[in-house]
Design a protein around this ligand. Sequence first.
Ligand SMILES: [Zn+2]
Length: 852
Amino acid sequence: MPGKNLSREEARERAGIIGVERYRVHLDVTSAPDPEKSTFLSTTEIAFRSSAPGGATFLDLLAPSVRSVTLNGRELDPAQVFDGTRVRLDGLAERNELTVVADCAYSRTGEGLHRFVDPVDGETYLYTHYEPADARRVFANFEQPDLKARYVFTVTAPASWDVYNNAVHTAVEADGSARTWTFAETQPISTYLTAVVAGPYHVVRDHYSRELPDGTVLEIPLAATCRRSLAPYFDADEILTVTKQGLDFFHDEFDYPYPFGKYDQCFVPEYNIGAMENPGCVTFREEFVFRSKVTDAAYEGRANVILHEMAHMWFGDLVTMKWWDDLWLKESFADFMGSFSQVEATRYRSAWITFANQRKAWAYRQDQFPTTHPITADIRDLEDAKLNFDGITYAKGASVLKQLVAYVGRDAFFEGARRYFKKHAFGNTVLDDLLDVLEETSGRDLKTWAAAWLQTSGVNSLTPQLLTDGEGRITELAILQDGGEPRPHRVAIGLYDRAADGALVRSDRIELDVTGARTVVAEAAGRPRPALVLVNDDDLTYCKIRFDEVSLATLREGLGDIADPLARALAWSAVWNLTRDALMPARDYIGLVLRFAGQESDIGVLQSLHRQAKGALDVYAAPEWRAEGGRLLAQSAVTELRAAEPGSDHQLAWARFLAQTAQGAEQLQLLRGLLEGTARIDGLDIDQELRWSLWLALAAAGDASGEELAAELERDNTASGRRQQTQCLAALPTPGAKAAAWSSVVDSDELPNALVEAQIAGFAQPDQRELTAGYAEPYFAMLEDIWAQRSIEIAMRIVGGFFPRFQTTPETLAATDAWLTGHEGAAPALRRLVLECRDDLARALAAQAADR
Ligand SMILES: [Zn+2]
């Protein structure tokens, strides 16, 4: 359906002749609890102007059927004007009144109006998710971010439900078994930011108030919701504490009162992403409601998301990008502000360590794909837009903003933001609008900075080069920059030496601008040669950190001795990049983890090390060493688990790592013993989520039966339990299990998004290479059909998830290349995904060669 993929050109033309004043949207979702009913009634009235009277335009609408279209009192024949994706409108007047009545479909993919039935109590829950362009699955509209309008929503829902929207409700009228909720008119917002959440949600209410500089008091009603069956686990106090800390911080810094009235935060089931910044009605994935013990890294991660979404109320909702090319204008800022506010305003003071270690790893990976792009991207259409919610737009953009703050200073940065909000409130912007205010406040030329950082792609490597004299003194320290066009970097160079207690501590810090291919650090001359030179200490810039040989030798024998946790995290990140670049053998990286992970104090860093060590083993280690490496990792997991402080986060992290690495009869026996209560680790609570991790390990090893997994589901017959049991069944090492998992996703579109994800995750087990080798060929054969037939959200998961990434052989690479060569005309977004999988595979083959 060509009309589905709106192009930038079409959007530009439409915005050229249309201005939207108001939408009145009525949704009747009383059919939702009936599984036989697949649609709901959607009525949209739109008041809009046209600067080209007599001309034509179109509405966006993805709906099974349209009942009527009335333009300025004129009945249009739906069969004539509606093609399944658009409603054609001819003969426009200067002022237009349009009414569209349609039957729209409940979603199972998380796009549009998602419907979910709770297995615990049979209750039905609804919520919407639209970005970038799925409001058109729920009501007819002009779906592009620069056609902002005011909205009035009314929703008719079962009488026992509550309904949430961007605005407060002004009336609730009962009518038999239903109630109709009427909401206040919203501020001018984009279509993708409207929201409806409906169902018997559990709610916790609170309140935030603040005196504004003019003496008036701003009152913000707060609410936090989740499904009723999750209520016992809902720590709304902690969520609302972070919320208030964030509201304090953003009011202090942005000097623009929160413009959307109330602030609801709804935790919703089967959510595709982390969260969405709908003004006044933020939606979050409900996995943030923790059913079992999680580490503090999980709380930190959730707080980061809460603050990220809150930052969007200003960056994104109040001021919105004109088109998706400038998606970074909101995402990079929200990502940056999330960590910034977390460190300044909450108890999560190590957010920059997490940022350096995890967000940047995402950016570095994405930025080395052949498909990478400048932060300000070229987004031709909606499929392009969908794929650009990536490591560049979020994490690299945020890293570059961190660099910008180092460049212009904190005060100029925030003063620029304040002017930007006042000048563009409720409007749409492009890059220059932001640069203009920042140039005003900083007095610096930012066009050059933007050209170097926002309009180029790729990551530079910074390598120290040391010359010393006979007495071990530095005669010259230079920083070499390579990897694409050199950029101006504001960096700190850390010089580290051994202290008396053996710790590696910073003896000197030199901050300077690195520009061009080689920059001499004049200040370093004459100092004693340090044990370790850490370029980009304090993580000011965005680059890959490299080492000179002496420094690398220091890390090999003492990475874990670096006393400062941020510097240590940077060192870990750097050796991971060396491994990915085939410059350090995977077994050496794993060796560092074996030696030093046990003394890593930062729980988030430790959990990253676990993920990366497992990843290095599965795809970067030479196949002939894999068994040995796996044995070593599993053994260290057992040792560290037994040594960890009882009840600590570290103990839990090592228990999970053991579940991922366990092998051999003795360890599997230990897992089973923990499940059955015959084995105990002092202080380790084998709660429900941990139980499923243990079952997954047993299932993948062929040491769990279908009956046992059914019994576990009986014990935990919840949404989470169903997902995890599905994953365990798909992980069983039998041809039948693999065929069933594959077929349930590829041959049918009945499964909801969450179970598609579970089937794929279970299917793809690293130690089942022979069992799944035969699926490479059908994978390539199905790609174009899947792309054409499925929603983009599901298609992306299938394309990325079923790629034969554990078949790390030249043959798989050749098959991938053959597909790419033979499908030049395939959808660009599909080709982009396959190209990225290919790049990962090529990287794995190079790393394996380096590991031999
Ligand atoms: Zn965001």
